[in-house]
Write a protein that binds this ligand. Sequence first.
Ligand SMILES: [Mg+2]
Length: 204
Amino acid sequence: MTTLTVETFKAMLRNALTNIKAREDEFSQLDAVIGDGDHGQAIVTALSVIVATAEKGTEFKTMLNDMGFDVMLQVSGSTSTLLGAFFLGMSDNAAGTELDATAVKAMFAGGLANVQKQTKAQKGDKTMMDSLIPAIDAMEACTSEDVKEVLTAGAVAAEAGALETVAMQANFGRARNYGERSVGHADSGAASWACMLSSFAQAI
Ligand SMILES: [Mg+2]
């Protein structure tokens, strides 16, 4: 596929919601190891708002902007804030109704850049950034003009990044206080964001 259309993007988002719903309990259990155990519910709630808003979209910039604002206004919490920032950043770097591989990469890179304004978490801190940063890097490095190949490169890197968090000790936010207890389980956010990014690639 040489271009990404608005309708295909909506299908990607719907697939992410379906797959994340199917793993909701798993994400909450991972969160319970070093947090309050609400991540599954938090990301399902946030993505539900995002998908509902996206369904009304007709072109990328406004659609992504509305998705970002709606989730931030309707859902409280860090999961919503980070997802909102991601889609708002994508909006800043997207235009029109069809995106080629270069435009898709720019859109996702814009998403990461805006998330980095919301969190200081770095790779290795055992957060969602451990799947998001490698995913965007891999998309950028992918030289294919095929949008599915670009998104698949991102998905593979995101899943690998999420897997790497299993061996990590939490180093960010309140989770830091759990120290060694955090080792041996994937970070819930890294796992859910990897699921979302994999679902995107899978849906094309
Ligand atoms: Mg939580």
